[in-house]
Design a protein around this ligand. Structure first.
Ligand SMILES: [Zn+2]
Length: 385
């Protein structure tokens, strides 16, 4: 995968390869793009930043338009916020440590989530037609705002590489026992969009996985016994190209009692996704059981999950215990070394150029709103979109 080793904002001889303006015909199409050097400016710290003029649309832009520091008052915060969020810190905690406003951390967190989503999308484009492993699929359960508003997140993980291929939310009704008061309160809440719930999010995950498999191979999914997986596969237009192997959760005795052979087989098959869910619960304060640091909106929670997915795929070695720094992205041949956060954040990605569509585009634009909350800020920027 082509990705700068030196962050764009530190490159000595940076040359733009397309126009950063969305309305320019050379934004998506790089062929025929021409530019002129257009002087430079110096930052407060005395760093000289080159400027360019696009000969297609005539607009001028600087090198910064291609880095995540673009329009950021405190770009130096991006890296520590990414590391802190991954380590499970809450926004206020991070703001106190870094000496900035909590709202700054919240905004950076959203930016990091969007960037991670685009980076995952770019990695998937790179892997098209090359999938050589089974995919373990399971839903990670959490909630937005209150336990009345639960949702699952479809997580697709490579059986051998442990690469996180996909994340897709599936809001569903609250289950389990509740008091009459809880039930009355639940019924008064505005209706959420479910977008097909479990079946919908599974189908969308399949849609993202199918282009990755070689044409002559079937996509093999390992899942637990959730009926939504059967239905999503049966209803899929390309169901004959998908093979679903089910490992239903067998009944288990009390903690510490020996596992039945079926339980052992299930645990072995589902291990990569169980491991990911463990990492998610461990590294996100919002997903620890019985927490008070819960996420307030689905869109923001999912942004944070994308960030963890990128950390899992590109930064974290497969085993810290055995000191194996090999990352899932290295196992897939996307890169030859583990990335530091600085490299993850080394350049800016543009949604129009990555061909974002469907639910991932909605998540990018923050269009998946939480109707219980009075305000839902969408992501609509002219230059920093
Ligand atoms: Zn242009």
């Amino acid at each position: 995968m082509e990705w700068p080793r030196t962050p764009v904002n530190r490159l000595q001889d940076f040359r733009p390869r397309f126009c950063p303006r969305r309305n320019c015909r050379y934004h998506i199409r790089s062929k025929g793009f021409r530019y002129r050097k257009h002087a430079s400016y110096s930052t407060v710290r005395g760093v000289k930043i080159p400027r360019f003029r696009c000969l297609g649309c005539g607009s001028t832009f600087s090198r910064r338009a291609f880095s995540l520091a673009y329009y950021r008052k405190r770009p130096e915060l991006l890296r520590p916020v990414a590391a802190g969020l991954q380590a499970g810190s809450a926004h206020r905690q991070l703001a106190r440590t870094l000496g900035c406003a909590p709202s700054t951390v919240t905004r950076i967190s959203a930016l990091l989530g969007r960037h991670s989503l685009l980076l995952l999308r770019r990695a998937l484009a790179e892997l098209e037609g090359q999938l050589g492993e089974d995919i373990v699929l399971d839903h990670f359960e959490t909630f937005e705002l209150t336990q009345d508003l639960p949702f699952g997140v479809a997580t697709a993980v490579g059986a051998q590489s442990w690469f996180v291929y996909g994340i897709d939310p599936a809001p569903h009704a609250r289950t389990g026992r509740r008091t009459r008061h809880q039930e009355r309160r639940r019924k008064q809440r505005p209706r959420r969009q479910t977008r097909g719930g479990y079946v919908g999010s599974t189908a969308r995950t399949l849609d993202r996985l199918l282009p990755l498999k070689p044409p002559d191979r079937r996509l093999k999914i390992l899942g637990d016994g959730h009926p939504a997986y059967d239905r999503a596969v049966q209803q899929h237009a390309r169901s004959n190209e998908i093979e679903l192997e089910r490992y239903p959760n067998p009944p288990r005795g009390p903690r510490g009692s020996p596992r039945s052979p079926r339980a052992v087989a299930r645990d072995r098959a589902m291990f990569p996704v169980d491991l990911l869910h463990g990492l998610l619960r461990h590294s996100l304060a919002a997903h620890k059981r019985e927490t008070i640091a819960f996420g307030r909106r689905l869109n923001a929670i999912v942004e944070r999950l994308f960030l963890v997915a990128i950390w899992r795929n590109f930064v974290k070695g497969v085993s810290e215990r055995r000191r194996d720094p090999t990352t899932p992205a290295m196992r897939l041949g996307l890169t030859d070394r583990p990335w530091k956060w600085e490299r993850v954040l080394g350049r800016r990605l543009f949604p129009d150029r990555e061909g974002l569509a469907g639910v991932w585009l909605d998540l990018y634009r923050r269009d998946w709103i939480t109707p219980d909350l009075p305000s839902n800020t969408r992501h609509r920027r002219r230059f920093t979109y």
